[in-house]
Ligand binder design. Sequence first.
Ligand code: 26Q
Length: 752
Amino acid sequence: MPIKQTLETILQTQGVTLQTCTDMQLMQALLEAVQTLQTELPHAQGKKKLYYFSAEFLVGRLLRSNLINLGLLDEVEQLLQSCGRSLAQIEDCEPEPSLGNGGLGRLAACFLDSIASLGLNGDGIGLNYHYGLFRQDLSGGEQRENADPWLMPQNWLIDTHKTFSVPFANGTLTAKLYDLCISSYQNGVCNRLHLFDVESPAPAPANGIDFDKTDIAHCLTSFLYPDDSDEAGRLLRVYQQYFMVSAGAQLILQELEDAGHSLQELDQYVVMHINDTHPSMVIPEMIRLLVEHGVDLERAIYLVQHSCAYTHHTILAEALEKWPVSYLQTVAPQLLPIIRELDKRAKLRCADPAAAIWDENDVIHMAHMDIHFSASVNGVAALHTDILKQSELSVFYKLYPEKFNNKTNGITFRRWLMGCNRPLSDLLCQAIGDGWKTDPNQLEQLLPLAENEDFCARFLAAKSANKHRLADWLKQRQGIEIDPDSIFDIQIKRLHQYKRQQMNALYAIWKYQQIKAGILPPHPVTMIFGAKAAPAYTLAKDTIHLILCLQRLINADPQVSPWLKVVMVENYNVSAAEMLIPACDVSEQISLASKEASGTGNMKFMANGAVTLGTLDGANVEISQLVGKENIYLFGRSSDEVIELYRNNAYHSSDYWQKPSVQQLVDFILSPQLLAIGKPDILARLYKDFIAKDYFMALLDVEDYIAVKERCFADYQDRSAWVKKMIVNTARSGYFSSDRTIREYNEDIWHL
Ligand code: 26Q
């Protein structure tokens, strides 16, 4: 049935028509129509099945991406247009599922899209958080967190009516299974994202995100990453993790038996992918379940080790999960004898205490368990994998060199170019056909067009259209006016000191001081930030406060604001990214070298024709190799230099602060102008950190950063040279398709 008729039939039951219904009714009718189509599609087939375990799946709004993948986007857009409505307006009614927090969660979502689109037999396994990460409110000049309920009565989840019993120390909880359909692009299959939930979830807190963290039965799936600054919060994380992996492991065994296979053949038919350490307990849990089903322990360990693969996503020590034995004793003591056994075997393989699973302080190192008992360990960009092998995990690399491999991250071009950037996407199709949609490497055909004046003008026009769209959106959403002809310089990512938003803020201070001194920039600049800070991460929240203070000071200054504006986008999420990325001129990827495992925002910007300003960190290294030095702006110390500084304890930020040029930037944080706007105690804390600690070395790189940023902005003036850089960036971005990444996972790790 054509989609028009389906929609009319659905709307009829509510007594409305395509002309008279509200946007919300239309969105819900579209949702229902799409969901019906999806459930009629077959699941991808294969001898082996992949289960991708992840605490986060940052899927974003689903209506548009489902329409793209089902091949219905044009038809629906035309239909809506003929009724005087627009998809953009309708999809604004769709709440964004808040099931992730950043890179790792968005990567998992891109992977599911690629797995389905390549026709691979694989599903995701995660949790159905009701109130998401949190909704960010910046109205008071500081970040405030609120619940972000995204589950409307009618939503994308399908109740499978399947349940599993998860045995906790203090009683059994029922895990209910809901599914999200994962449509494939053009190949007619539909996989699943399995999300487990408690039976009677707690209502949202009235305000803020405070809730009873000990009420496990009702609050287990309330929030992603509950504030873990206290023990109840940390224990809740362990409850969440065990709930996810135990129910997931039971689902796997059920599917294996339903397919007529013996549990003894687990490694022939199942791959369990462990996305960072959050699902690591699946290793002992699966062993436990196999033994419970009569498999002997030796064989169970063999089967699990040969069906698990682990991805390592971070260099930061504090992000590597280590749980005290007492936590597991409280939550799932049945795992402890198995972990004890795994640790015993690990110690036979390697006597170095640095490789222990269960250390002498009775702490369990989740990553160590993953490495000892998985068949594969991968990093997420070439540099990151090298650092793992050479330093972070060198003990393990010596032990298991064959397990280590690199899988440079990727993004789905369906959401991150076709879906979010219609002007550019249409232009690309006119110029080189639409082969790039299934094979983004074909974007290379754009390279010769960089010499074609007409194409260059149209490329710039597409960017300009996106900048106008962003300006309108910001005006409407936050009441901030920005100049669509200014340079859009954008840094959007989780707030973390290693990502160095604070260094970017120092640039804003520098530029403000320059303009105040009468030195005007060659071109007006709009600095755009978007970031959420973890609720208990004080310095990250302080940095948001600083940026908000600068926004107020600078935008209200009539001498400065024609040349410089600062905008902090509130509640940055996937939908905001889809608005921001297509409009970007300069993509800020300025982490301290060696600290950003890969980054994936950098790839999205590149595909959308932004030019990167960055350090040689994570996948920036690969971007730079692909586009060449003329088409990227690099600055800062190398990862080797940084690692050396840490090793020798040789960085002292006060040495850099002594330099007058640096001091005048840092000291401005406590200037009368800023103190008049901001909170003195917060600003003082930030100031003190810059001088006394600056663990992520912002002051080390800030001068080089400013110099290279100035060169970049000056180069922007030469529009014909700049547009060539933009085109080369888009043309070379095909490598970063998550389809390529997933093909590599399948060829080297999963063998589905
Ligand atoms: C750990 C312990 C306690 C509480 C929370 C956590 C925790 C939560 C989330 C640790 C790590 C994360 C998320 C990490 C993450 O998103 N890493 C990013 O992964 C991307 C995909 O590989 C990379 O591109 C980024 O470079 C990396 O930062």
